[in-house]
Design a protein around this ligand. Sequence first.
Ligand SMILES: [Zn+2]
Length: 165
Amino acid sequence: MSAGNDTRRPVVGSSRALRCEEARILLMGYLDNELQPDEVRQLEDHLAVCVECRREEQEFRKLGEVTEEMLNEEIAVLDVDDAWQNIYRRLERSTGWLLFSAGLILLGGYASWALLTEFFLNPEEPIVARLGVGAMLGGIIVLLVSIGREVLTKYRGERYREVKQ
Ligand SMILES: [Zn+2]
């Protein structure tokens, strides 16, 4: 080690004043707290007398803060909001679909039973009306089954995709 010479850096531990180019190079290490104490002293001496480099330093600090802020915000948004809301939304949709179809089936069942006992099996109602209602009822049941199957397929498809990911 000859007199602490470091060839990677333009400035060697001397007391001479820095030039701006040298100060700018040191500035990076200065902001990252990577400078030797004598380098810090030299740079601070230069910053004390050089408005240009001082402005540069402030720009860099501001830039660093803004970048860090943006990164933090992005991470927060990605982590908490996006991931959670994605899961929540998916859960919500599946639950919504299941509740909806369950309700539909219950209502359909109840309506069918009510119609069957109150109307369809009532000999006082005309046969044509009973046939018409019977056909409608059959149609509704077919539609319900079809919707239920679609919901189930959709639900299974989502589960499958989740597993695949
Ligand atoms: Zn300067």
